[in-house]
Design a protein around this ligand. Structure first.
Ligand SMILES: [Zn+2]
Length: 91
C-alpha cells in the first residue's frame, strides 16, 4: 500500500472531512501552512461565479467581440455555468 509522503498535497476531501468533524465537535482548527494554502485556493475558486456572458466572452474565438454572441459559445457557456451551479453533467 502506498503511503502519502510528508510533502504530498492534502486532499480537499480529507480537509473538508476534518473541518466538518471539528465543526461538529465545536473545536477550533489549526492548519499547517501547506494545508492553509490548499484551503485558500479552494475558497478562492469557490468564490468565483462568472456569469454566462463572462464565460462566453472568455471562450469565444471570434477576433472582435460579437454583439449577440455566437450560438456554439452560448451553448458551451451554459454548460460551464451549469457546472459552476453544481450540476455535474452540465448538458
Ligand atoms: Zn463565439
Amino acid at each position: 500500500m502506498k503511503t502519502p509522503s510528508a510533502n504530498a498535497r492534502p486532499s480537499l476531501a480529507a480537509i473538508a472531512r476534518r473541518l466538518e468533524v471539528a465543526f461538529r465537535a465545536d473545536r477550533t482548527v489549526t492548519l499547517k501552512p501547506q494545508t492553509a494554502l490548499v484551503v485558500a485556493v479552494a475558497v478562492r475558486a469557490f468564490a468565483v461565479q462568472p456569469t454566462r456572458d463572462e464565460v462566453v466572452r472568455l471562450i469565444c474565438n471570434q477576433k472582435a467581440p460579437c454583439e449577440g454572441f455566437c450560438y456554439p459559445c452560448i451553448a458551451l457557456a451554459n454548460r460551464i455555468s451549469q457546472l459552476y451551479a453544481g450540476e455535474r453533467d452540465g448538458r
